[in-house]
Design a binder for this molecule. Structure first.
Ligand SMILES: C[S@@+](CC[C@H](N)C(=O)[O-])C[C@H]1O[C@@H](n2cnc3c(N)ncnc32)[C@H](O)[C@@H]1O
Length: 320
C-alpha cells in the first residue's frame, strides 16, 4: 500500500511541538497513515533519553500504511490494532515490556476518518464516490450505514440526522428515505445521495445537506461520540504526571465534548456556591496548554482543505 498519499497530517508541527515535553512513551491513538507518528518519532529521536511510540488504529489498512512509513524506526514504534477507547487494555502489555521507569508522557487523538478511507469507494464514506453503504472505520465492525438506513424507524433516523448532523431538514429526509426503501433497500452511497438530493429543499445547499447526513451516519455507525468520551477518561488516566493530551477535532459535536472534558479537568470543584470550604472538593488535575484551540493557517488550508475545520486542544496533567 502506498503510504505517501494515504493522508496529509493536519497541524503536524503544532501538534508535535505542543505534545512532546521530554522522552517517554507517546501514544498516537489515531495512527492513520502514520503522518503524525513519523513527526513525533523524528522529534523524540533527537532527545536525550529512551522513547517509544505506540500507534493504535482500528483499521488494518491504516496499520499497513503506517508500518511502511515508520519502518526506519524499528522497535521504537509499536503498532496495535484496536479501538482507542480500549487504550488502557491495549497499553498493558506494552507497559510490561517497556524499560523500567518509562512513563506515558503524551497521547494524541486526531479524530475522524483519513483521506484514504474517504477516497476509497468500497469503504462507503463519501457521497462523491459510489460504493457500498458501509462507513465502518473498523472493517469488521458490527453495524454498517446500510443497516441504519434500511433498518431504523423514521423517527429514529430523523433524531439521528438532527443530533449528529445538526440537519434542519432531518424529518423530511428521514421520511424520504423510509419511502424510497419501500421499493428496494438503499445499498449504495450514490443511491442514498440521490434520495437526499431529491428530498432537500432548494433553499439549502445540497452539498451541505449531504455532508451533514453522511456525518450523522458515520458517527452512528462508529459510535464516534461514545468512544471519544471513553477515550478521554481512560486516556487521561494512563498519562503520567506532567504528560500531555492533544486532541484534533473536525466538527463542533466532538470539539464540544473535548472542550468540556478538558475544562472540567483543569478546574477545581468548590461544590455548590456559598459552601465555606477551605479546600476544593476536588482539586484541578490538569492545566490548559492551549487557551484557545489552535487552527491551521492559510498556508496549510491552501494546501490541505481538510485542515480548515481542524481544532487542536492540549492539556497537561499536573505533577502533584
Ligand atoms: C484523521 S485519521 C488520522 C491520520 C493520522 N494522524 C495521520 O497522520 O495519518 C483518523 C484515523 O483514526 C482511526 N480511528 C478513528 N476512530 C478510531 C477509534 N475509535 N479507534 C481507533 N482508531 C480510530 C481511523 O481509522 C483513521 O485511520
Amino acid at each position: 500500500m502506498a503510504s505517501q498519499n494515504y493522508h496529509e497530517p493536519v497541524l503536524a508541527a503544532e501538534t508535535t511541538s505542543l505534545l512532546v515535553t521530554r522522552p517517554g512513551i507517546y501514544i498516537d491513538g489515531t495512527l492513520g497513515g502514520g503522518g503524525h507518528s513519523l513527526e513525533l518519532l523524528k522529534l523524540l529521536d533527537g532527545l536525550d533519553g529512551e522513547s517509544l511510540l505506540v500507534g493504535i488504529d482500528q483499521d488494518s489498512h491504516a496499520l499497513e500504511a503506517a508500518a511502511e512509513k515508520l519502518r526506519d524506526f524499528g522497535d521504537k514504534a509499536v503498532l496495535l490494532r484496536g479501538n482507542f477507547s480500549m487504550v488502557r487494555e491495549l497499553l498493558e502489555p506494552v507497559m510490561r515490556g517497556a524499560g523500567a521507569g518509562m512513563e506515558v508522557m503524551g497521547l494524541l487523538l486526531d479524530l475522524g476518518v483519513s483521506s484514504f478511507q474517504i477516497d476509497t469507494p468500497v469503504r462507503g464514506f463519501s457521497y462523491l464516490r459510489d460504493g457500498p453503504l458501509d462507513m465502518r472505520m473498523n472493517p469488521d465492525g458490527p453495524l454498517t450505514a446500510a443497516d441504519v438506513v434500511n433498518g431504523y424507524e423514521e423517527q429514529a433516523l430523523s433524531r439521528l440526522f438532527f443530533r449528529y448532523g445538526e440537519e434542519p431538514q432531518s424529518g423530511r429526509i428521514a421520511r424520504a428515505i423510509v419511502s424510497a426503501r419501500q421499493s428496494a433497500p438503499i445499498t449504495t452511497t450514490g443511491a442514498l445521495a440521490e434520495v437526499v438530493r431529491q428530498a432537500s429543499s432548494r433553499k439549502d445547499s445540497p452539498i451541505k445537506t449531504l455532508s451533514r447526513i453522511y456525518q450523522a451516519l458515520r458517527i452512528e455507525v462508529n459510535d464516534e461520540l461514545g468512544v471519544l468520551e471513553q477515550a478521554l477518561e481512560d486516556g487521561f488516566s494512563v498519562l503520567s504526571p506532567g504528560g500531555r493530551f492533544a486532541v484534533i477535532s473536525y466538527h463542533s459535536l466532538e470539539d464540544r465534548i473535548v472542550k468540556r472534558f478538558f475544562s472540567a479537568r483543569c478546574s477545581a470543584d468548590w461544590g455548590p456556591k456559598g459552601l465555606p470550604l477551605r479546600e476544593p472538593l476536588k482539586p484541578a488535575e490538569a492545566e490548559l496548554v492551549t487557551r484557545k484551540p489552535v487552527q491551521a493557517g492559510d498556508d496549510e488550508t491552501g494546501r490541505n482543505p481538510r485542515a480548515r475545520s481542524a481544532r487542536l486542544r492540549v492539556i497537561q496533567k499536573l505533577e502533584s
